[in-house]
Each structure stands twice: as structure tokens, then as C-alpha cells.
Design a protein around this ligand. Structure first.
Ligand code: GLC
Length: 745
């Protein structure tokens, strides 16, 4: 460790000594600064410039690196007031030690802020966010975030870099696993639920942490699905499809925002005043603070919009980035930029105010150690209650994609051949961005089946996830011979999705498709369980499997949740939050496409299509089967001709016509038939997840307001236009029940 310290000492002297020259020069804050609370203002008056700049600086500790660089000597940064926040630092002892340094070894004793990527659980790991989105269960999703916040806050954390709300239509992008899929409306409702869960009864409560809505903005539209790539779209498209979930999260109370790596309209989001000031501050009235992404400020030099780090810092601060994650640019250059008049003291003070205000709101000045509570940690982490919640959310996230011959559910006396590289695996089950989770805490599929009472299970791994060795197929075929049903657990590795994990080929990796073909020769019914962080190309799988369960990465309670569904103890209710393409060549394929002037016609050459592939995906947005069946009645409407601005009341009766009690996600889509700009053929505008007992029926009501018919018109004003609309209601984006209505001026 000594070598690390000496390196730091050199690094510290080279990079910090210059601004230190100003450390003792107390620069009075600007009187004209926006009014903060009196405690913030009083503290601001006492701070030196260096201490102010320290509050704008966020470093990772050496516990984890979630980006390309890591910095030694962060403890000395705390001592010198050179940083006011740390991330990737958790557990009670570690946060207490770091906080002690800030409180006992600095001049003004300003408490540190501790952040971490608690994306789908801290220690009790829930399904990846894309999997949770498949539940369409806002109560379950909020519960998941609530448990994560309780666990994280008991480990000393004040702030999570979640929810990620980036709308994404390209499954090649590995980060689709972190979001809520392709749809704006579903994305907004889930963003709100996650913020409610994260911030709980309000900031200041010891089990509530700051949410950080990311990655602002439009990071999910990276061209080619290649992470960090350029984003280029019209302002209309940005405002219509990508911005609403960020706003929904902020309107739900999210206190912080993270700027994204990508550029928008030629300007990196980290230096984009249109995004960070015009929209975020002026239009949305956001009062919290903005943090860059990992070295996002420094990366503007690579973007080619600034010549050096110092200019990058000036561009970021002027645009509205308050806190510099890991670049150390604010730390190194802000004093010089201020001296040169490139930035103003008010800009610095405003940023410091926003950060200090949240530290006060958290209660850290009253008790800097309130979140680092070992007794609460011991009572909270991986509790039976938390595991039960994880199991409940996980089973609701599973999507039944196929069930030929009603192979599923399986009775407990079924002889099962459990096969595949993920059949007894634990380490992969927590997926990517898994916080402090551990695979050793997981229930594997094999364990889950045993715990559920399946006591005739023979196992064969058969192959690895991504290598080319087929020598294990023989043993798999042998166990298959003696089985009634084959349960084959296939998928990606957890690190094949998440950040810096884009794939150009979205088929199952390795020899897994070959394994399935080999097993098909056994003539036995095959149930495929998929574990993956993105939509995959299943065009071969659907032919070789009888049943397919999309299980994403389900987290700590994977095996129990899958056993609940396989046994029929829980009737699967998930619906896809993203379209599954027939092939990578279809990408981007999504449900809310536009008609074009030559709408798809399979019988006409001269229409918008491919000569070698169909237009429709293998499985559409909103799709998911059940062990039962549901029948939709005609759509009823009290006022099919309505005056602009009056709500439209709609009803539909849904009948459970099968043999099981079940839950259905009743989805309502609209189409604006004629408008001043082209509009999608369908747009999700409402949904309700309802339980209907076997043989029962329910009437579901929806009320559409003018906002539901509104869009960015030709003049870029947001509003509705009179004319004809089509309403579709059903169990997926292919909903067939249709009603035409008309809005009068
Ligand atoms: C990463 C990610 C971001 C994460 C941050 C801190 O680069 O882009 O989502 O919150 O760094 O780990």
C-alpha cells in the first residue's frame, strides 16, 4: 500500500497544490445568489474557494471501479477538502471511517455524500430492471426499489444512481437491461414507481436515499446499439419519445440527475446547455443537482468540442453540471477558470448550494453517521421479508412466450431432465449492475425445483454458456432418455449485457442452439428457460422448444420464482417491455412505428419492407401468455364523439376462459389517424393489471384526457388536434379490439 500512497503524494502535489494556493483566500459568496436555506447560506459564507470546489467533486473509492480510471489517495482528498462525495463505498465500517475523516479531520466538518449503483437491489437482488418492467406491476416495482433503498441506506449509503430511464429500441445495446424497454408511457410509469420506492416517505428518513435519474438524455438511442455512440434525432423525436421518463422521475421527486456520455444535436450532454439549463431548469424547474457520468467531463475532449480538460470543465459548469464524477477537472482547474473569468463565482456557489441543500435535507449535518447503523444493517440485509419480496417480484417478471400442447405447468411427480449451462448456476443469476449482491446467496434453478418438491430431477450441464465444446451433449442426451420432460436453462453470461456490453449478434452464444437441436431428437417435450439481459433472436429456439419462459436475470430468488411458475403455483403474468426481433437485421423493430407512405403489404413489392425478412417482430411489445386464456369484449364508450378537452370514458369486459385463475395486463393503445405530423400506428396510453378467477370476468374502465391525445404538433406546441382516433384494447400491442372515436374542436 505504501507505493500507492507515495504515488498519490506525487499526484496530489502535482494536481492540487496550485489551487491550494487559494485555499486560504476566503472568497465571499455572491449576494445575488439564488436564495438557499439559511444554514446553506451561512455555511457558504465560511467556505474557501477550495472547500467549495471540493463539494463539486465526486470520486470512486478503490472498492470498485465502474469506469476506465480509478484514483489513489481519496482519503487524503477528503482530508484536504478536495472531495465532498464518494461512490462505490459502502458497509457500515467503511462509511463510518470515511465520514469520520471528513468530520474530525477537516476545517468545516462538511459530511460526505455516499453514492452507489443500487440498480436492482443492494444485497437482496431483484430482477434486472428490464425484467421487472416485464411485470407491468407498478406496486411490485416500487416494492423492489423500496427494499433496495432500505438495504442500501442501512449500509451507510445516501444516494443511488438510479433509476435508469433511458428509452431503448435496440437490443444490441447492453444497457437495455437497466431500463424499462422501448415504450415512453410504460417508461414514465415505471420511472415514477422506482423514484417512489427509492425515496420512500421522503428524504431525511433514514431508510430513504436520493434517487438519481439517468442518463440524461437519450443515451438509449446510441446509433447501432453501440454503447457511448452518437445520438442524433430531431427535437420533436427527443421530446416525444425520450424526454418524458426523465421528467416523470423528476416530477415524482427525484433529487439528482446524471448527465449522459452521448452527444445530442452535436453537443455532449455533459456540456449541453439546451438539455441541462433550458429544459431541465427553465422548463422542468428542477431544483436538485446534476452529476456528470464517470469522467464524462473529461471525455468532452474526445468528443472534440473542447481542446483540453480545463475547457471541458468550463463548458460543463456553464452548461449546468454541478458535480464532477471522477474527472478531477473541477478540482484541478476551477480556481484558474474563475481567475480568468471563464466561469463566475455565482455558478460555483449555485452548484455548491444545490449539493449542500441535499446534505442538509438528508440530515447529515445533524448526524453524519445516521445511515451507518450496524444494528439496522444486520436486521435488514437479506431478511426473510426481503427475500420474499424478491421472490414475488421475480415470479411476476417471468414471461411465458410459448406453451405448445400446454406442456407447462409440470406436476410434482414429473421426471425432469434438467439440462444446460445455467441450470445449477448461481453466480450469473444476479445479472449485471448487481450492487453488493452475491451469487452465493442465490437459489439456483436446480435448488428451486428440489425445494418445490420435484424429487425426480436428473441434471446434466451439457455445455458452457459461450464456448464451442459439444462433448457434454452425450451426457445430456442420456439423462433425457429417462425423463418425461426436458427443462433446458440457456442464456447469456451476466456480463454480456450492462455497460460496455453491446452485441452485434443477439442469438444465444456458444453452442446452446446446437444443444437444443440435439435434445429435440430425444422426442421429449422441451421447456426452455432463458436468462438474458436483452431481447434475443429466438427464431431457432421457437421451433425446437415446446415451452419458453423468458426469465431475464431474476436475482437472489431465481430458483424459487421459476419453480413457482413451472409448478403452476403462480400463473405467469409477464408481458414483454421490448419487442423480440426475428433477426438482428430487423433492428430497430418496435411497436409504435409509423405507417410511411407505403405501408407494409406482404403482397406488394413496392411497400416498406425487406425482401428477405418480415417486418413484424418474433414477439411484440406487450406480449405474454398465461396458463389460462382471456377473451376481450367489444370496447364500450360513453362519448365516441367528444369535444376537445373532455375526457373519454372507455370500458371493456375481459373474461377468463381457461382452467386457471390468472392475471392479465389490459393494454390500451390509440392511433391518431390524421394529424399535422406523422403519428405512430399505435401508442400505449394506459394499462391495468388485473386478477380474474377461472371462469370469471371483469369490466375494466379507462378515462383518456386531452393529454393522452396530445403530441408535439407541426409548430412544436404540445397539444391535441381534432379528428378521428382509433382505440385498441388487448393483451399486447397487437390488440385487436378496435373502436373509432372522433374529437371535435
Ligand atoms: C458508469 C455508468 C453510470 C454509473 C456510473 C457510476 O459509467 O454509466 O450508469 O452510475 O458510471 O458507477
Amino acid at each position: 500500500m505504501f507505493y500507492k500512497f507515495s504515488f498519490f503524494l506525487i499526484f496530489f502535489l502535482c494536481t492540487c497544490v496550485q489551487p491550494m494556493a487559494h485555499a486560504q483566500t476566503r472568497v465571499p459568496s455572491q449576494k445575488s445568489a439564488p436564495a438557499g436555506n439559511s444554514k446553506v447560506e451561512a455555511l457558504l459564507k465560511k467556505m474557501t474557494l477550495q472547500e467549495k470546489i471540493g463539494q463539486l467533486t465526486l470520486y470512486t473509492t478503490d472498492w470498485e471501479s465502474t469506469g476506465p480510471t480509478i484514483r489513489d489517495g481519496y482519503k487524503n482528498d477528503i482530508r484536504s477538502g478536495a472531495c465532498g462525495a464518494l461512490f462505490n463505498s459502502h458497509t457500515v465500517p467503511f462509511t463510518r471511517e470515511l465520514q469520520r475523516i471528513a468530520i474530525e479531520e477537516t476545517r468545516l466538518k462538511i459530511p460526505l455524500l455516499f453514492g452507489y449503483d443500487v440498480i436492482h437491489g443492494y444485497k437482496t437482488i431483484f430482477p434486472i430492471p428490464l425484467g421487472e418492467a416485464a411485470s407491468w406491476d407498478l406496486t411490485a416495482i416500487e416494492k423492489s426499489a423500496r427494499v433496495a433503498a432500505k438495504e442500501a441506506s442501512s449500509a451507510g449509503l445516501h444516494w443511488t444512481f438510479a433509476p435508469m430511464v433511458d428509452v431503448a429500441r435496440d437490443p444490441r445495446w447492453g444497457r437495455v437491461m437497466e431500463g424499462a424497454g422501448e415504450d415512453t408511457y410504460l417508461g414514465c410509469r415505471i420511472a415514477e414507481a422506482r423514484v417512489r420506492g427509492i425515496q420512500g416517505k421522503g428524504i431525511g428518513n433514514t431508510d430513504a436515499v436520493l434517487a438519481c435519474v439517468k442518463h440524461y438524455a437519450a443515451y438509449g438511442a446510441a446509433i447501432g446499439g453501440r454503447d457511448y455512440n452518437t445520438v442524433d434525432m430531431s427535437e420533436r423525436f427527443l421530446r416525444e419519445y425520450y424526454l418524458p421518463p426523465y421528467k416523470a422521475a423528476i416530477d415524482a421527486g427525484a433529487r439528482t440527475v446524471m448527465a449522459s456520455f452521448n452527444d445530442y444535436d452535436g453537443v455532449p450532454a455533459t456540456g449541453n446547455k439546451f438539455l441541462l439549463d433550458q429544459i431541465l431548469r427553465k422548463e422542468w424547474k428542477f431544483k436538485g443537482f446534476v452529476v456528470s457520468d464517470y469522467t464524462g467531463i473529461a471525455e468532452m475532449v474526445n468528443h472534440g468540442v473542447v481542446a483540453n480538460d480545463k475547457e471541458a470543465g468550463e463548458l460543463a459548469l456553464q452548461a449546468g453540471v454541478d458535480m464532477d464524477m471522477q474527472s478531477a477537472i473541477y478540482q484541478r482547474f476551477t480556481a484558474q477558470s474563475l481567475r480568468e473569468g471563464k466561469i463566475s463565482l455565482q455558478q460555483i456557489d449555485d452548484a455548491v448550494r444545490r449539493i449542500l441543500s441535499l446534505k442538509f435535507e438528508l440530515g447529515l449535518f445533524d448526524d453524519p453517521y445516521k445511515f451507518s447503523d450496524q444494528a439496522r444493517y444486520d436486521a435488514t440485509i437479506l431478511s426473510a421479508e426481503n427475500r420474499a419480496a424478491a421472490r414475488d417480484v421475480a415470479k411476476r417478471s417471468i414471461v411465458l412466450l410459448q406453451n405448445k400442447g400446454n406442456v407447462l405447468p409440470l406436476s410434482k411427480n414429473t421426471k425432469i431432465a434438467l439440462i444446460g449451462p445455467l441450470a445449477e448456476n448461481k453466480s450469473e443469476l444476479i445479472g449485471n449492475w448487481c450492487g453488493a449482491g452475491s451469487g452465493s446467496d442465490c437459489v439456483s434453478v436446480r435448488e428451486g425445483l428440489q425445494l418445490a418438491g420435484y424429487n425426480q430431477v436428473a441434471f446434466a450441464k451439457a455445455c458452457e454458456i459461450a464456448d464451442h465444446d459439444e462433448s457434454g451433449f452425450k451426457a445430456a442426451l442420456e439423462v433425457a432418455q429417462h425423463a418425461d420432460v426436458l427443462v433446458v436453462v440457456l442464456g447469456e453470461r451476466a456480463d454480456m449485457s450492462g455497460e460496455a456490453a453491446s452485441r452485434s449478434n443477439i442469438k444465444l452464444p456458444g453452442v446452446q442452439e446446437n444443444l437444443l437441436k440435439a435434445l429435440k431428437s430425444s422426442g421429449k417435450p422441451i421447456v426452455v428457460i432463458l436468462m438474458n439481459g436483452r431481447p434475443l433472436d429466438l427464431s431457432e429456439i421457437v421451433n425446437d422448444a415446446d415451452a419458453i419462459l423468458e426469465a431475464w436475470w431474476l436475482g437472489t430468488e431465481t430458483g424459487n420464482a421459476l419453480a413457482d411458475v413451472i409448478s403452476g403455483a403462480y400463473n405467469p403474468s409477464g408481458k414483454l417491455p421490448m419487442s423480440f426481433p426475428k433477426s438482428v437485421g430487423q433492428i430497430p423493430v418496435y411497436y409504435n412505428y409509423k405507417s410511411t407512405g407505403r405501408p407494409y403489404d406482404p403482397n406488394s413489392k413496392w411497400t416498406s419492407k425487406y425482401i428477405d425478412e418480415q417486418n413484424n417482430p418474433l414477439f411484440p411489445f406487450g406480449f405474454g401468455l398465461s396458463y389460462t386464456t382471456f377473451e376481450y369484449g367489444e370496447i364500450q364508450c360513453d362519448n365516441p364523439v367528444f369535444k376537445k378537452g373532455t375526457p373519454v370514458q372507455l370500458r371493456v369486459n375481459v373474461r377468463n376462459t381457461g382452467k386457471y385463475d390468472g392475471e392479465e395486463v389490459v393494454q390500451l393503445y390509440i392511433r391518431d389517424v390524421t394529424a399535422s405530423v406523422t403519428r405512430p400506428v399505435r401508442e400505449l396510453k394506459a394499462f391495468k393489471k388485473i386478477k380474474i378467477p377461472q371462469g370469471g370476468n371483469e369490466t375494466i374502465s379507462f378515462s383518456l384526457t386531452d393529454a393522452d391525445f396530445s403530441f408535439y404538433k407541426k409548430n412544436m406546441q404540445f397539444g391535441s388536434e381534432a379528428g378521428k382516433f382509433e382505440i385498441y384494447i388487448g393483451g399486447s400491442a397487437l390488440a385487436s379490439r378496435k373502436l373509432s372515436i372522433e374529437m371535435k374542436p
